[in-house]
Design a protein around this ligand. Structure first.
Ligand code: GLY
Length: 430
């Protein structure tokens, strides 16, 4: 009898996790809450209040789950992993104390400073007046960050002091709730951004393949920040010594967390900037990236169920990750207006044709299947069109060919995913 696994979340990340889990011979059933139009086709949809630790623990126990996989950050920060683990169920994802590395930017910054982990210089403020006064002596660009979780909207890259002041005022306005009651004013780090994620079980750190997200909404890295508009893996502009240094930094961070008495079992996601002085940490997350997962997992050849269970059972030392030599490129199809206001309920067509192309997988994010079987949009980021190919350019071309078959009213996407990396490191001016 294989494992019954409960996955929490509804994004493209969770669809990619579920697709990998259902292929595992170790797995008999995958339950997903709340899931999306894509997970509905391959897993059993269930409903549990994902940010209520006791509710998730009781549900997992009652349904005889062998493993719970927590996708998004909010349930981790709420302590869902602690409650499920306390119920005696293997859990992939850190407890609330480990999730603070994502849930509190000042906690993460202090941890890095205590342990000599390279990151931008920053000061934190719990007073708006003091933060504004501090800006008086500065020049742009400056980064202003709300301390807590703000759904990706709490980081303002200000080109001028005036923009930074507006960012501080926005954070303290209450718009982000408690997340904005502490604000960090941080040095702007110059260079390409790279995500390197690692499985961590407390002592063993297994790095994944690097990936590069495209955070801005529009071509040429213009427009507002989003959750991510496209991604690829591996990242050709990362030098071998930079990769080794990022791995060292993730190991040092995992050891720092452990040395402070925090039990961490899950993904440690390092958001790095490749500066002229070497990689520095922009941020840490305590979960798989979205959309990074949609290019990392299609390249992972090791059984994901085995890796997640080994992480939860602190057996990662027995696991070796193996990666496909194929390149992966993923393009996000978004609803018109995202990351601002957008409409939902638009009929989506063409996915079957796109997904039938060689090497292409269409991961759903904001979609839902109506009772009559129609697939409609249900979120800002709607689909992730991922293609594998023997070369970076072929993977990119396949992804865009697949995209050309899909449509819904108001759909938009970036047409330059991978273009800068294909042009080489000089495209970042470095
Ligand atoms: N790709 C950005 C994130 O997962 O936070």
């Amino acid at each position: 009898m294989g494992m019954r696994i409960l996955v929490l979340g509804s994004g493209g990340r969770e669809h990619a996790i579920v697709e990998s889990l259902v292929r595992s011979p170790l797995v008999s059933e995958v339950l997903v809450s709340p899931g999306n139009g894509g997970t509905a086709a391959v897993a059993t949809h269930v409903s549990v209040s994902a940010e209520d630790p006791d509710a998730v623990a009781a549900f997992a126990r009652d349904r005889g789950c062998d493993l719970v996989v927590i996708g998004p950050e909010a349930p981790l920060v709420a302590g869902v992993a602690d409650a499920v683990r306390a119920a005696g169920i293997s859990t992939f994802g850190p407890g609330a104390s480990g999730a603070r590395i994502e849930g509190s930017k000042s906690f993460a910054k202090d941890l890095m400073n205590r342990h000599g982990i390279p990151t931008g210089a920053a000061r934190s403020f719990d007073s708006e007046d003091e933060a504004l006064a501090y800006l008086d002596d500065m020049t742009g660009p400056i980064v202003v960050k709300a301390d807590g979780l703000a759904a990706g909207k709490g980081v303002i890259v200000a080109q001028t002091v005036e923009e930074a002041r507006a960012g501080v005022e926005m954070c303290f306005s209450g718009q982000f709730g408690d997340a904005g009651s502490i604000v960090l004013i941080e040095e702007f780090l110059e260079g390409p951004e790279v995500s390197l994620l690692a499985f961590v079980d407390g002592c063993t750190v297994l790095p994944m393949a690097p990936a590069q997200d495209h955070k801005r909404a529009h071509d040429g890295d213009e427009g507002p920040n989003t959750g991510g508009m496209g991604v690829y893996s591996p990242v050709p502009i990362v030098h071998a010594q930079e990769y080794a240094r990022m791995v060292e930094i993730l190991e040092a961070t995992a050891h720092a967390i452990d040395s402070e008495g925090i039990d961490f079992q899950g993904v440690l996601y390092g958001g790095f900037i490749l500066t002229a002085e070497g990689p520095k940490v922009l941020e840490f997350n305590a979960r798989f990236g979205d959309p990074e997962t949609q290019v990392i997992l299609p390249r992972l050849q090791t059984d994901l169920a085995e890796v997640l269970l080994a992480t939860a059972e602190k057996r990662l030392g027995d696991v070796q990750l193996s990666w496909s030599s194929q390149w992966a490129v993923s393009v996000v199809l978004a609803s018109g207006g995202y990351p601002g206001d957008y409409e939902t309920g638009k009929t989506i067509s063409g996915i079957e044709v796109a997904a039938a192309l060689p090497g292409v997988t269409v991961y759903h994010a904001g979609t839902k299947r109506l009772d009559d079987g129609t697939l409609v949009t249900a979120g800002g980021r709607v689909l992730n069109v991922t293609a594998l190919g023997p070369h970076f350019a072929s993977a990119r071309d396949r992804a865009y060919e697949a995209v050309s078959h899909i449509s819904f009213d108001g759909m938009f996407y970036r047409r330059d995913i991978g273009a800068r990396a294909l042009a080489g490191r000089s495209a970042w001016g470095a």
